[in-house]
Design a protein around this ligand. Structure first.
Ligand code: C2E
Ligand code: MG
Ligand code: MG
Ligand code: MG
Length: 283
C-alpha cells in the first residue's frame, strides 16, 4: 500500500490511535490476520418497538478482541479496513455471520421473525458486485430478505450518487430494507430522500442525547419523525439512555429505538437468550 505512505489517503484517526504509521501498518496486518483466523466477533444491540416495548431484532456491531491491546473499537479499526480495502471481506463476514445468527435465533423462537440490521460502509459500494454478494449471503444462510436491513450513512447518497443509486435499487430489488444511519449529521439534501429507495431513518444519538433539554434538538428530532412519517419511512432513535428521552420520543410517534436504556450491545449467546425470552423491555 505505497499510496498510504504518501499520506492523506487514510481516513481521520481518533487520537488514541494516532500513534504513527508503523503502528497503523502493524494494525492493518493484524486486522487482516484476525479476520482470516476468525478472531473478530459480533455484538448485538436490540431494537425495540416503541408501541409494544418488545425486542423485534438487533443491530450487528463488529468487535475486535485483540490479544494484547484489549478490545479495539470499530471506530478505530473500521477506518483502517476502509482505507485498505479490507472492509470488503470484513463486511461480507459480518453480513454472513449476522444472517446466520438471525436464522438460528428465529428458529429457536419458533419462527418468530427477527429483524437484523447490518452496517455497510460507503467503501463497500465501490464494488459493483455488492448486491450479488448480499444475494449470495441470503441464499447461503436462508435468511429471508425482508428481515435484513442494511444501514448506511448519508455519504452513500452524496458520493458517486448515480452509481450508488443504481446499487441501492438493486439491493432493494432483493426485498431487503435500507436505513440511513446517523441521520441528521450528514449533508444529504431532502430531495435525495425521495430519489433513493430508503425505508428507515435512524435519528443520530447526538439529537437524542439532548432531547427535552435543548429545545433545538427536541425540535429537530420532532421534525425528523414527522419527515419520516410523511415520506412513509420508519424512524429509529439511536442512543436512548434515559426514560425521559424515551417518553419524549413516544410522544412524538417515533416507531423504534435502541440504546443503553434498553441494552448495550451484547455477545451472541446473550442476544440469543434475550430474543428467546421475548424480552419485554424496562419501558
Ligand atoms: P452506529 O452504526 O451508529 O452504531 C451505534 C453505536 O452507538 C455503537 O457503537 C453502539 O454501541 C453505540 N450506542 C448504542 N446505544 C448507545 C447509547 O445509549 N449510548 C451511547 N453512548 N452509545 C450507544 P460501536 O459498536 O462502537 O460502533 C461504532 C460505529 O462503528 C457504528 O456506529 C458503525 O458506524 C461502525 N460499525 C460497527 N460495526 C460495523 C460493521 O460491521 N461494519 C461497518 N461498516 N461499520 C461498523
Ligand atoms: Mg448503525
Ligand atoms: Mg448510527
Ligand atoms: Mg452513530
Amino acid at each position: 500500500h505505497a499510496k498510504a505512505v504518501g499520506g492523506g489517503v487514510f481516513a481521520p484517526y481518533r487520537p488514541r490511535m494516532r500513534d504513527g504509521l508503523v503502528e497503523r501498518l502493524e494494525l492493518e496486518s493484524e486486522l487482516r490476520a484476525a479476520l482470516e483466523n476468525g478472531e473478530l466477533r459480533l455484538h448485538y444491540q436490540p431494537t425495540v418497538d416503541l408501541e409494544t416495548s418488545r425486542v423485534i431484532g438487533f443491530e450487528a456491531l463488529v468487535r475486535w478482541p485483540h490479544p494484547t491491546r484489549g478490545m479495539i473499537s470499530p471506530l478505530d479499526f473500521i477506518p483502517i479496513a476502509e482505507a485498505t480495502g479490507l472492509i470488503v471481506p470484513l463486511g461480507r463476514w459480518v453480513l454472513r455471520e449476522a444472517c446466520c445468527q438471525a436464522v438460528e435465533w428465529s428458529a429457536a423462537a419458533g419462527g418468530r421473525p427477527l429483524k437484523m440490521s447490518v452496517n455497510v460502509s460507503v467503501r463497500q459500494f465501490d464494488r459493483a458486485d455488492l448486491a450479488e454478494t448480499v444475494a449470495g449471503v441470503l441464499a447461503e444462510t436462508g435468511m429471508p430478505a425482508d428481515r435484513l436491513c442494511l444501514e448506511m450513512t448519508e455519504s452513500v447518497l452524496m458520493t458517486d450518487t448515480e452509481a450508488n443509486l443504481e446499487q441501492l435499487v438493486r439491493l432493494k430489488g432483493l426485498g431487503l430494507t435500507l436505513a440511513i444511519d446517523d441521520f441528521g449529521t450528514g449533508y444529504s439534501s431532502l430531495a435525495y430522500l425521495r430519489r433513493f429507495p430508503v425505508d428507515t431513518l435512524k435519528i443520530d444519538r447526538s439529537f437524542v442525547e439532548r432531547l427535552g433539554v435543548i429545545a433545538d434538538d427536541t425540535a429537530l428530532t420532532d421534525t425528523i419523525v414527522r419527515l419520516g412519517r410523511s415520506l412513509g419511512m420508519a424512524t429509529v432513535a439511536e442512543g436512548i439512555e434515559e426514560f425521559g428521552q424515551l417518553a419524549v420520543l413516544r410522544e412524538m410517534g417515533c416507531g423504534f429505538a435502541q440504546g443503553y436504556y434498553f441494552s448495550r450491545p451484547v455477545p451472541a449467546d446473550e442476544a440469543g437468550r434475550l430474543f428467546l425470552e421475548g424480552a419485554h423491555t424496562p419501558a
